[in-house]
Ligand binder design. Sequence first.
Ligand SMILES: Nc1ncnc2c1ncn2[C@@H]1O[C@H](COP(=O)(O)OP(=O)(O)O)[C@@H](O)[C@H]1O
Ligand SMILES: [Mg+2]
Length: 166
Amino acid sequence: MRSTVLDEAGLVRWGREVGAVASREGIFVALTGPLGAGKTRLTQAACAGAGVGEAVTSPTYTLVHWYSGSRGPVGHADLYRLRDPSELLALGWEELEAHPGAVFVEWAERAGDELPMDRWEVRLEFADGAGGAADALRRVTARGLGRVAPVPDPGPYADGAETSAC
Ligand SMILES: Nc1ncnc2c1ncn2[C@@H]1O[C@H](COP(=O)(O)OP(=O)(O)O)[C@@H](O)[C@H]1O
Ligand SMILES: [Mg+2]
């Protein structure tokens, strides 16, 4: 598992690589972390990396968006409003799960056992530091579960920020 502190520019650059690899390999990407941590920002960068030309917005109210990427459709879901995994069927979860291309799911932990075994998990957290610019830093932890291609290493995008293996 890799954990790295990224500023927004670094997160966006890493996100583009994440999107390029995820769309090429057809990866389900489970995003976790508190409100405002950057799950939507990362998805926007990843969609750009997957060749999505249109604006990517938060799907909080509609729960699932589909975008047209250069290798096919890219799915984006936000489970913030999900009260129970049993509600997943109604929002097209089976289609998301079976999708051969890239899928990005915010608040993925709310899907519980319904998450596919093969996936990337990306956790974003506010990086604590001494005020000011530290507000714009996020700790990124990324790993692959099951039979998936390796997650791009966020380390090279850290721009001198701290990186640690865990
Ligand atoms: N290092 C960073 N990584 C990601 N977003 C950052 C970073 N620094 C500041 N931000 C800002 O934090 C906000 C994250 O919002 P958003 O992506 O909507 O969060 P979430 O989807 O996790 O609730 C954006 O306004 C973004 O510009
Ligand atoms: Mg969001």
